[in-house]
Design a binder for this molecule. Sequence first.
Ligand code: ATP
Ligand code: MG
Length: 335
Amino acid sequence: RTFKRQMMCRRDIDSLSVPFLAIYESLIPPEEEKLKQKQLLGLLEKLVSKEWPMARLYLYGSCANSFGVSKSDIDVCLAIQEVDMDKSKIIMKLADILQSDNLQNVQALTRARVPIVKLMDPVTGISCDICINNLLAVVNTKLLRDYANIDTRLRQLAFIIKHWAKSRGVNETYHGTLSSYAYVLMCIHFLQQRRPAILPCLQGMDATYSVTVDNVDCAFFDKVEKLGHFGRHNKESIAHLVWGFFFYWAYCHDYANSVISVRTGSTISKRDKDWTRRVGNDRHLICIEDPFEISHDLGRVVDKRSIKVLREEFERAADIMQYDPNPCVKLFEPY
Ligand code: ATP
Ligand code: MG
């Protein structure tokens, strides 16, 4: 592997944007799906407020961060201040409340790393996970959505990358590969470091939004409509960016020493974060700093075997983007 290998992109790269955009368009959820999600949220709010009038429900994850493809499940967070009840008790109680209504397959998963209630609404056909007081996820959902509103190329790139990762089987944290959330952060980082930059660093600007959640100060510039079209000086096409993304992760990222950090709009050194060795089951073979929980490496699930799989997939994709006559087909071939 040659670090920072220089390579020219193929000449016909921009013509590939047409098929890539067609894939992107085909993944966008139709308006009626959004309406059904709102309908289900309304039903849940009604049921929850009967028992807990002060509680609130928030959508988070891909149904709210604008990176959700068609037919995704929805992620809901119940914000509740019941001091005398632990999370698993609340989960049991919540499952109880929802069970008695017309919802199907209501399951309380109290022993999961993040305890949740899972359910399916037979009317809309939508499945849903409800967690308790996970407000950092609500805030990072807002950050991602604000980034998406700056330049449409982020949403396009992230849809294509998520679709690729699902097709190739590298979007499975329980198998040591990366979450959708991690891939979106990789896309944001990538667009922050293009020259000229396509995205700014919202956490590096004067904050217009600021909350403290679980003792973490979350502050960033959220008036993104005021940025004009921030990325206008960069004219790179979506196909060029897909090529660049894979090329970056295949041949340019310094896995041994660098951490990607959307928070700083740059990379930082592994040594500064003390992410140089394995601690328990946490390895740091690819390092992606969470924008708010900065001691949290989203790459910690990746192990010795899966880092190899991931890097080979990045190289495969980069090579397809460089040489294949029909990259839009080959790239997404099931593994
Ligand atoms: P998908 O379309 O695949 O469901 P998603 O955007 O819902 O994608 P997930 O990876 O399922 O992405 O994560 C859902 C949300 O949970 C994220 O948007 C994020 O707010 C939060 N989240 C997920 N993983 C983490 C993590 N490791 N640390 C902090 N927050 C996380
Ligand atoms: Mg999700």
